[in-house]
Design a protein around this ligand. Sequence first.
Ligand code: GLN
Length: 603
Amino acid sequence: MPNQENDILAAAGHSNIETEFYSPIPDGYKPGRHKYVAVLGTVMSGLGKGIFSSSLAKLLKDKGLRVAPIKLEGYLNLDSGTLNPYRHGEVFVLDDGMETDMDLGTYERMLDQNLTGDNFATSGQIYRHVLDKEREGGYLGRDVQMIPHVTGEVKHLLRSLAVKQKSDVVFIEVGGTVGDFENGFYIEALRELAFEEPGSVCFVALTYVLEPKTLGEQKSKAAQLGLKKLMENGIQPHMIACRATNEVGPKVREKIAMFSNVPVRAVFSMHDRSSIYSIPESMHQEGLDIEILSILDLHSAVRPREEDKARREWAKFVGMLNAQRTHDITIGITGKYAALRDAYASIDKALEHSAAHLSAKINIEWLDTTEMDPTNPIEIASHLKDLDGVIVPGGFGARGTEGKIACVQYCRENKLPYLGICLGFQMAVVEHARNVCGISDAASSEFDPNAASAVIDILPEQKKIEGLGGNMRLGGKDVQIKPHTLAAMLFGQEQANKTFNVRQRFRHRYEVDPNFIERLEDKGLIFSGRHPEHPIMQVLEISPDKHPYFIGAQFHPELTSRPLEPHPMFMGLVAAAIRHANPDLPAEQISSRWLPTVAQAAS
Ligand code: GLN
């Protein structure tokens, strides 16, 4: 076979500036060593490309292959940090501080793998790179064009990821839908990649099968048209996933197969199901994993023993998810974006993980604190009295914060389990300062820039320490846990006699003013987690002998909760909520691991 890919790659080097190719190859890259799976959407967006892609990636990871996902966003923002979660879903923060789309959370959870900024790109990042490079004279006198230069940089980015993360397979999810203006150059880059490295790229198209109520049957026309659009772009899919409300029947799958040159065995029904976590197993049952190994010639890389173990562990979790739950509990979540669940996607998932492990059925009540009268305790009680636990999640701005503080007060006084996350941690500090320490004008300078007693404040000298200027403190950082506390018990019972560090993810600008720490602690608020060197408070709690579960984190525990390893703070909350709902149930019947005993905390 002529070594076409090498010819092309050689021609793409900088040696020949007359070439029409522009395909810079990163150092150490060996064509054919890395494979790619490109996942594209047709018909409409929001089909769950990330779910499909991460499930398939998981199947290959379980087989012992190294996988790296990447999301290619069409928008011009340099990251997701400035996006409104109300419109776009939550901002998911990676360990290296990159602020990304919530799909990266799906990948981290499904793959149980920490990702970095290299696993996320936007058009804005790519254009900025191209423009900077042009100014540096990096294009050797050429007029810089969408093709081949911008597409060339996209290929370079994908190949660099493969080299950097030593991936056997890179999973590329293109945001939006085929035919969108914004993502056209990504799709063209992928076509070029497949042209340059034949046999290395598997194209997967997601499509949608309509089932109009009035007809009562599934119709494939929209799907056919969407797939045709993809083929117009020079891309022949190898595999098709059909989103639908109900399982897509064989006739419709045959029709889609016939019109798109894809074998029926590679047309998968990805219909609605109660949990996304069962998708990998049903893909396996349908043989999609074997299909992809054949397409990419990867059969010899499989390690069956690893695969058996991984599948057994996952099946155990899915079994817990599907099992009949023993305990019914209701958790209230306050939030400005209460109308939109995607804004709190990771909290939802973290609760789902803990609930499965503790056999709880969680009913979530969204509490709109902007609608509550914070000065009316009877009204506050009417919203909270039937709950078994409350979460005040992260947030920005003043709206609804007085209502949140009133909710914290209710939880503290009525021994209702409480988990405060980031803003919820700060609200607990303000509440304690006002109602326990008697600092009646305590506030956060985020809501009241002139507050006389800003117990929560921007502290420039601390910002200097972190080297982040006025920006947010972002990403994974160490938190030092104090022994003999609720936090120590949650993060590692066996180590609870000595100080230890845990790594957690942050996204905040304000923090506790160290001048108030002593007064707050004198009155019973325990700062059980802090920065290992500086006086930055990161976990607070009320001792378990005074309150069944009252804890707050300046970080975001929900971002690192994983199906097989739920975050301890959520496990603690759910266990405490179960006990709240069943006060007479012996602790062992709930969980001896996750319910603090007074002796432990006081020892
Ligand atoms: N607005 C607060 C801060 O910037 C809390 C941030 C958050 O909840 N993520 O510190």
